[in-house]
Write a protein that binds this ligand. Structure first.
Ligand code: PLP
Length: 292
């Protein structure tokens, strides 16, 4: 079956999707995106993904072009669901990209009048179960998150730093690269949020540490809160990692991945910890509840 993509209000075969060579998302990275996971045809927390996108658009000043022009004509929620359906997918990875659209050949979004909305969906490819048993090995990236840069809080189409960090991880034969911020505190992984477990308490770098407000991060904090597990969002020193009992990484596709090694040194026992396992089970329960 031909892959179907959603572009600017239409579902078309992938080969028929046309993007302008003057799209400012492509030319300058002036765009935003969301990566979402669908379970049995249901997109987990689609409303929150869209809320994050809208908030980010607002903070970029893209509010008029994106929210008013796009959402006046098409519901992004419906657009995501019809893309999933058109591809006959149940368990899938979806990407919604919104850019300022076509403009002049200068980095000035005032010249863009029609934003681009692109939605793609593919069968989910999750890490193999053995990965969840061994956990991720990570390195500390040489790159730093800048807490003063809006880019550290946005899921923007400028992913160059994340890609460079991931390239460092691949070169070190590791699964993920962890970025500190300019103050030397832990921020996040190249595509993940960070959690540590210390004496039964769950610790995660605060949003002010220069991290994306992950949808999975938020769900994990909610789950922990309702299970009476103490949670702390604060500045975290890198040395706390090697003192932690457990650690894990989150994103919409991985859900919750044990993080067991840092730069060749074990975190905790070097094996997935008990609380990490329990939180994954609780996360899957939450996903199942939303399917009913
Ligand atoms: C830099 C970064 N941080 C955190 C996350 C986790 O976000 P979410 O849980 O919304 O998928 C991602 C997701 O890709 C990311 O790219």
């Amino acid at each position: 079956m031909a892959e179907i993509v959603y572009i600017n209000g239409q579902l078309v075969p992938r080969s028929g999707a046309k993007l302008s060579p003057f799209d400012h998302g492509f030319l300058y990275g002036y765009g935003l995106f969301e990566t979402m996971r669908a379970y049995s045809g249901h997109i987990f927390r689609l409303d929150r993904h869209l809320a994050r996108l809208r908030l980010s658009a607002q903070s970029l000043g893209l509010i008029h072009s994106i929210l008013n022009v796009v959402e006046g004509k098409q519901s992004l929620e419906v657009a995501c669901l019809v893309t999933l359906e058109a591809n006959k997918l149940k368990d899938a990875r979806l990407r919604l990209t919104v850019s300022a659209g076509e403009g002049n050949m200068m980095p000035d979004p005032c010249t863009c009048s029609h934003p681009t909305v692109l939605i793609t969906a593919r069968s989910l490819v999750a890490p193999p179960p053995q990965k969840y048993e061994s956990g991720f090995a990570a390195i500390l990236s040489s790159l730093r998150r800048n807490t003063q840069s809006p880019l550290s809080r946005l899921k923007s189409t400028c992913y160059m730093e994340n890609i460079l960090a991931r390239t460092e991880a691949r070169a070190a034969r590791c699964d993920e690269a962890i970025l500190l911020n300019e103050l030397g505190y832990l921020a996040e992984g190249s595509t993940t949020n960070i959690f540590l477990v210390h004496s039964g308490e769950l610790i995660t770098p605060s949003l002010g540490s220069g991290v994306l407000a992950g949808i999975t991060r938020e769900a994990v904090l909610e789950i922990a809160g309702s299970a009476n597990i103490g949670t702390l969002e604060r500045q975290v020193e890198p040395k706390e990692l090697l003192e932690a009992d457990e650690a894990f990484l989150t994103n919409s596709i991985l859900e919750r991945m044990p993080w067991t090694w840092l730069a060749g040194k074990p975190i905790g026992t070097g094996k997935p910890g008990q609380l990490t396992r329990e939180l994954l089970a609780a996360y899957r329960e939450l996903v199942n509840e939303t399917l009913q």
